[in-house]
Structures are given as structure tokens and as C-alpha cells.
Design a protein around this ligand. Structure first.
Ligand code: GMT
Length: 392
């Protein structure tokens, strides 16, 4: 690691390694957008993952991508990704002279980072590690006894830990033997990309008779309760003309298609699958639904708000920290289909809709990347400084 003079940290451009899942999932999106944002303001960013991240879609002289090479062997039923990742971290930190490793999603990234840190320490190289907790790494998977001891250990041994909501921070303290400080840095949005676009021809094609357009985007896992989306829509559709777009794909999709057929709603619901330009669909939508069982922040809802779409959500996890009940939409109890239907009617009422849309956009602006990115930079600087002092 380069020797960083504390006084010069603010003006110093850092070399940061970012480890994440390269998929459409929220943690990978946040990690990639953060890396892109850091590169734009002059930091050098090295992504380390097993595939090119989905959102790593532009060229910058400050952005680098290092693919983890996972070697298989007939003896392995499961290739040891954690080891290949740790080895790759060692070589990138060493040869690219990194100042900090930032790992997104605790499992297995935080424990691989710990191993890399120990290997590098033996070679006289000190590398501070920041772990960002995203949600299911704590609330669902991490809690499981098969992972809990390793998750607790690697959180306690990171040099810095952030969580994407206050609720996630509290869950971490409640379920893990974690005593250290956790900094809350919420998810963010790039308002230059996520903004309402003129796509009225698209709206007309889907809603030819002026129907209201509802939208849901997710990875179609059970925790997202896509069934509730369809049931709320089914009830609402009995009272007002409406259409529903379902964006994304995942394990629940087939079941959801069957449910639509059983309810006879196929003509009013379209499954669009995975989309890169989700902002185009959001631009013509009147209401976004997120009825999740668990949700540490709800990045997909923030993307909708940035496109001026009010949100109807459950009260799970950190969602109420984003959705201001009665202003940017409504917050309902998980699974309360009737209440969600009633609240959808209030939002979609022509007398209210524009106010909800304006409020949603105003709230989204608070989470603009220009407000949140400096918080990460400051946290990196503080973490580097503290861990350097400790290592001397
Ligand atoms: O929602 C998912 O299943 C994906 C998951 C992930 O880690 O990729 O998303 C989590 O991280 C996002 C970014 O921080 C948050 O906005 C989501 O709320 C969170 N999902 C859950 O907690 C279920």
C-alpha cells in the first residue's frame, strides 16, 4: 500500500478494489455504479469478480476489470470460488498497488478478503478492507447456522463496515455477535440515467384506452412476494381500468404465469423478463409495487421514484426509510392485499397522482449519487487512516 499522508487524503486519488456479484442483483448494481462514480471523479477502480458486471458498460481510463479464474477438478463437486477469489485479490492488491478493498455482500466476499489480507500481511503489505452489508447476506442467508460464524467473524475483522439502511444495521446487531461500529450509507441513484423519458408511444401501445399502468421489477425470488403484486392488481382491476408490467425473471416466474392464467388476468399482465433499460418502462408507469417480505433498502423502488413513479410498498426492513407514507406512496403491512389495493386507488386517483409523482421525484433527489458518493469517499479515507495507525 502507498503511504498516505492524512492531510492530503482529501485531495488524494485512491486505488480501490471492488468485489461484488456481477449480476442484476441490487448489491452488484450498487457496487458497479459506485465504482463508475468513483472513476468519474478520478479514483482508480479495479473490479474483481467472476464475470464482467452487468452495469460495467462504459470505458474510462480509471476502470479495470479482473476476472476470477475458477479452476475445476474432478474431485470438486463445488469449485472453491472463495479461494480463487482470495488469490485474485492478493495479486490485484499487490501488483496494482491498491489502497483499499471494498467488498459488497458479506458472503463469501468478506471472508475471502480476510484471507487475502492475512496472506498479504505475511508479505509486508497492509490492505484495509471495507465490507458493505446489502440485505440477504444478513437477513436471510447470513443468519443460517451454516454461515453465521464466518459472517460474524468477517464483519468483526473488516476495517470498516457499512449497511445500506438503519434497519439492516439493527438486524446485524440483533442476530450476530457484532460489537463494532457500522456506518449507514444508503443506496443511491444516478439521476442523469434514471429520469422520466418521453416514451408515450409505448404507454399508448400497452394502455390504449388510458388505463393506469402498474409496474413491478425484481429477481422473482420468494422474498419479493410477486404473488401479492398479482393479487393486488387482480383486486384493483375489478374497480379501475389498469395494466401491469412485470420486469425481471427468477425462480417464481413460472408459478406467477400460472397464477395469471388461473385468475384470468393474462390480457392485462405482461411479463417482460430481464431488461437493461428498465428506466424506459418506469418512465410510462403510474405506480410501482414492492410488497417484499424482506428488503434492506429497496433500490428498485428508488429507481422508480427517480422516474417520477410513486411507490406502494410493504413495511419490510429499510423500506420505510425510503418511502414516506402518504407522500411518496404508501407503506402497508406485509401481505395486506386489501390495504394495498385501497392505497393503490388513492395514489392513482387523478386528483392525487401528480402530487405523489412530484413527491417521489423530490425524495429520490435526496439519494442522488452526488450526495452519497462523497460519504463513501470520506469513509474510505477514515478507514485507511485508522487502519494505517493500527498497523504501525
Ligand atoms: O433483492 C435481492 O434479492 C438482491 C439483493 C442483492 O444483494 O443483490 O438486494 C439487496 O441489496 C440491495 C442493494 O443494497 C437492496 O436495495 C435490496 O433491498 C436488498 N434486498 C433485500 O434485502 C431482499
Amino acid at each position: 500500500m502507498r503511504v498516505l499522508d492524512a492531510d492530503k487524503l482529501n485531495s488524494l486519488k485512491m486505488k480501490i478494489g471492488i468485489v461484488c456479484y456481477p449480476t442484476f442483483g441490487g448489491s452488484g448494481v450498487v457496487a458497479t455504479e459506485l465504482g463508475k462514480g468513483l472513476a468519474k471523479v478520478g479514483h482508480e477502480v479495479h473490479f474483481i469478480t467472476y464475470r464482467q458486471p452487468t452495469r460495467l458498460d462504459f470505458f474510462s481510463e480509471n476502470l479495470f476489470y479482473h476476472e476470477v479464474d475458477i479452476k475445476s477438478y474432478p474431485l470438486f463437486e463445488h469449485a472453491p470460488y472463495e479461494l480463487a477469489l482470495a488469490s485474485k485479490m492478493v495479486s490485484v492488491v499487490k501488483y496494482e498497488n491498491l489502497d483499499l478493498l471494498h467488498v459488497h455482500y458479506a458472503i463469501p466476499h468478506a471472508s475471502s478478503a480476510y484471507m487475502a489480507k492475512m496472506i498479504l500481511a505475511e508479505q509486508g503489505i497492509h490492505i484495509p478492507v471495507v465490507t458493505t452489508l446489502h440485505g440477504t447476506d444478513i437477513t436471510l442467508v447470513g443468519k443460517d447456522p451454516s454461515y453465521e460464524p464466518v459472517v460474524t467473524f468477517s464483519i468483526n475483522h473488516s476495517d470498516g463496515v457499512t449497511a445500506v439502511s438503519q434497519d439492516l444495521k439493527e438486524e446485524t446487531y440483533a442476530y450476530f455477535g457484532v460489537k463494532r461500529d457500522i456506518e449507514v450509507i444508503p443506496n443511491f441513484i444516478d439521476l442523469e440515467r434514471f429520469k422520466k423519458q418521453k416514451k408515450e408511444h409505448f404507454k399508448l401501445a400497452i394502455c390504449p384506452d388510458g388505463e393506469k399502468l402498474l409496474v413491478h421489477t425484481s429477481n422473482f425470488r420468494k422474498v419479493k412476494r410477486v404473488e401479492d403484486v398479482i393479487r393486488v392488481f387482480y383486486e384493483l382491476r375489478k374497480e379501475i381500468p389498469a395494466k401491469l408490467l412485470l420486469v425481471g425473471d427468477g425462480p417464481e416466474r413460472d408459478k406467477m404465469e400460472r397464477l395469471c392464467r388461473e385468475l384470468g388476468t393474462c390480457n392485462d399482465i405482461r411479463f417482460l423478463g430481464k431488461l437493461d433499460a428498465v428506466e424506459e418502462v418506469l418512465s410510462v408507469s403510474d405506480l410501482f409495487i414492492m410488497p417484499s417480505e424482506k428488503e434492506s433498502f429497496g433500490l428498485a423502488a428508488l429507481e422508480a421514484m427517480a422516474c417520477e413513479v410513486p411507490i406502494l410498498t410493504s413495511d419490510a426492513g429499510g423500506i420505510p426509510e425510503l418511502n414516506i407514507d402518504g407522500k411518496t406512496g404508501f407503506v402497508c403491512a406485509v401481505g395486506d392485499i386489501q390495504d394495498m389495493k385501497e392505497k393503490a386507488k388513492i395514489i392513482l386517483d387523478d386528483q392525487n397522482l401528480q402530487t405523489f409523482k412530484d413527491n417521489a421525484l423530490a425524495r429520490a433527489k435526496e439519494f442522488d449519487i452526488s450526495n452519497i458518493l462523497p460519504r463513501y469517499v470520506k469513509y474510505y479515507e477514515e478507514t485507511i487512516e485508522k487502519s494505517m495507525a493500527k498497523s504501525l
